[in-house]
Design a protein around this ligand. Structure first.
Ligand code: FE2
Ligand code: FE2
Length: 190
């Protein structure tokens, strides 16, 4: 069984979540949430800065384009269905998951606009306008509220209700999504 990984071994949330954490997929998802919170803080800094940092825009863009879609799939295709299967009726998990899935659809709609604003900044084409800043502030606010709900409800219930077998399934699916299962097969064959 994989134990909780001490904080000092965890990332600084400034880089993508380390794949070592996939040993316990819930630790990986928790770390993804810390990373997302750091991304929200970077968005705030871009809004507040007189001369926004283009390097930070690049980091946020890479999160939104590459990491977030995988995270949303981890939750929607694997974690949420496992929770629906394992939770008791009195957990009322379905209501919470429906709310979170609605948030994900809103994020799907809003993310391309945020990417366009940050891509223009990163390319040195233009700085965010007042309207752009409102879009960024709203996006980070929604993301933070979503994270609070997931950390307060989804992860505690996942720890409580998912079996070792469920965690194994979740781990495998998350590895497959990142192409890591093929990597391991290759190294096994060597
Ligand atoms: Fe999440
Ligand atoms: Fe989510």
């Amino acid at each position: 069984m994989v134990n909780h990984i001490p904080n000092q071994k965890r990332g600084d949330c400034l880089t993508p979540t380390t794949l070592d954490l996939l040993g316990n997929p819930l630790d990986f998802i928790h770390e993804d949430h810390l990373r997302e919170r750091e991304i929200c803080a970077m968005i705030d800094r871009i809004v507040d800065a007189e001369d926004p940092d283009r390097d930070q825009a690049r980091v946020i863009l890479s999160f939104l384009r590459e990491e977030l879609p995988l995270h949303l799939e981890d939750e929607e295709q694997d974690l949420f269905p496992l929770l629906r299967r394992r939770c008791e009726t009195e957990d009322e998990i379905d209501k919470a998951i429906q709310r979170l899935e609605t948030d994900h659809r809103h994020a799907d709609e809003d993310t391309p606009g945020v990417i366009a604003i940050l891509a223009a900044l990163e390319a040195g084409e233009r700085q965010p306008s007042d309207d752009d800043q409102s879009v960024l502030v709203r996006y980070a606010g929604h993301a933070r509220r979503h994270l609070i709900l997931e950390n307060a409800i989804i992860l505690p219930f996942a720890k409580l209700r998912l079996t070792e077998g469920d965690l194994g399934t979740l781990r495998l699916r998350m590895m497959q999504r990142r192409g890591l299962d093929r990597l391991m097969e290759t190294s096994d064959a060597e």
